[in-house]
Design a protein around this ligand. Sequence first.
Ligand SMILES: [Fe+2]
Length: 244
Amino acid sequence: MQNTRLDDFGKEFKTLVNKQLEWNDFLVQGKALLGELVLDPTWFRPVLSKLVMDEVFLKSQWLSIDPNDIQIYRDADKAFSIRAFIWEPSVRYPIHDHGAWGIVGAHINRVQEVKYERVDDGSNPDYAEVKAFSEAILSPGEITVVLPVNEGIHQMAAMDGKTAVSIHIYGSPVRKGYIHYYNPHNHTAHRMYPPYIDKKVLAIRTLGSVPEEWSESVLNDALKTDGPDFIKNECRLALEKIKR
Ligand SMILES: [Fe+2]
């Protein structure tokens, strides 16, 4: 997508990444850079008009885990990507973790962020206990940070009854393929995949709930094929359930 301000920002951010600073210095400088971008109200306007008016741009959006995730910039070396998240006031978005670090800035209207810590030991892949430990309301220009996996569990929400937009820079994931959605009421950890993989995972989990020879044989065959580790892991978990 041609967007001079965003392209310039992407190059500037790449220069920062290439400095390979200490983690805290990187975050301080990254937050300052993103802070300037999200305070500039002009550059995101063409993104919105393209989503509405340009079918090619609309269809170029790949189907990511979250339907409110708009991809707006991708570093050529995949060191980071920039996305806009659109938050609707009527939707309750899940508590979730991330596979990567992220720097997040409020851009249009206010957003709420509640940060959580995980207090169970993580030994059961489907179980989690999460506890809220901080809550903030971010006005346009204000920035928050998430770290990979258990260090960046949070929940975001639109405020004031208005649809809001935040801009997110995500690093290259250290855990690929899925994120967790957490339900603090029934203590579940749900591995959530992008839609094109999710149907496969749903089928694997169904097979894991049918303790019969044929379902076990499909899962064992799937384990022998070439595929990403996270799919094999789902097959292993399903086989464990069959054997239980
Ligand atoms: Fe997030």
